[in-house]
Design a protein around this ligand. Structure first.
Ligand code: NDP
Length: 237
């Protein structure tokens, strides 16, 4: 018996990194998992084959495609919005098109996907969005748009918790610190700087984030909503 036997889970952005770990965790615990990806078809096929989950190409920058994907998934027990991108560089030099694309992927997609999922979600449904400790703390220059996007998720979760609470649906934000993925490799050039901010001086593992997501999706977390859950080795403390 798996903890999520018979449950239907959709993970937006599940081909690599934290999202792939979340797909693996739910699939191992018995859920029927579908996940989206944008560019990494090969990685997506590999995760799908390994886990028995289904991969669907859906660009989170495309609002209508995201809404359609969620709608076509039918009633979901769990929605996880993980897809997110980072933009580094001088705010005065950044291409506004790229900044707006980041907002579409990191903010608009989580909002529209959450609302669309709630339309069909049964009582006890769970929405979990992957934010960042940078929603609370941004200790370096060049990442303001990213920090803004992750702070925005906090307001979204607080508000939608009120909208959906009466139907027993919870919505929470998981806020990782540095996690070892393609986007932030543990042996990358920023390693020393990032670890200098932390009490536990290492990158986290994607599986550690997936563990927190699984707890929030499980039966013990029914009273937890509209809240931020930081998993960061005290990066933000
Ligand atoms: P990766 O870049 O390693 O993986 C990102 C995943 O999201 C991939 O599966 C990618 O699929 C998918 N994705 C990206 N853009 C899109 C898109 N437009 N449409 C659909 N899917 C997309 O990132 P991480 O695993 O590191 O990060 C995952 C989440 O965790 C993000 O929201 C990030 O902001 C957050 N986070 C990460 C931290 C870290 O240190 N790693 C720290 C704090 C938060 P594909 O390759 O197919 O496009």
């Amino acid at each position: 018996m798996g903890a999520f036997d018979g449950k239907t889970v959709l993970v937006l952005g599940g081909s690599r990194g934290i999202g792939a770990a979340i797909v693996r965790r739910f699939a191992a615990d018995g859920a029927k998992v579908t996940f989206t990806y944008a560019g990494s078809a090969e990685a997506a096929d590999k995760v799908a084959a390994e886990t028995g989950s289904s991969a669907a190409q859906t660009d989170s920058a495309d609002r209508d495609a995201v809404i359609a994907r969620v709608r076509e998934s039918g009633p979901l027990d769990v929605l996880v919005v993980n897809a997110g991108i980072v933009l580094f560089g001088d705010a005065l030099e950044q291409d506004p098109e790229l900044v707006d694309r980041l907002f579409r992927i990191n903010v608009h997609a989580p909002y529209h996907a959450s609302v669309e999922a709630a339309r069909q979600m049964p009582h006890g449904g769970r929405i979990i969005v992957i934010g960042s400790v940078n929603g609370d703390r941004m200790p370096v220059p060049g990442m303001a748009a990213y920090a803004l996007s992750k702070s925005a998720l906090q307001g979204m979760a607080r508000g939608l918790a009120r909208d959906f609470g009466g139907r027993g649906i919870t919505i929470n934000v998981v806020q990782p610190g540095p996690i070892d993925t393609d986007a932030n490799p543990a042996d990358g050039p920023m390693k020393e700087l990032m670890h200098s901010f932390m009490a536990i001086k290492r990158h986290g593992r994607p599986e550690e984030v997936a563990g927190m997501v699984a707890w929030l999706a499980g039966p013990e977390a029914g009273f937890v909503t509209g809240a931020m859950h930081t998993i960061d080795g005290a990066f933000g403390a």
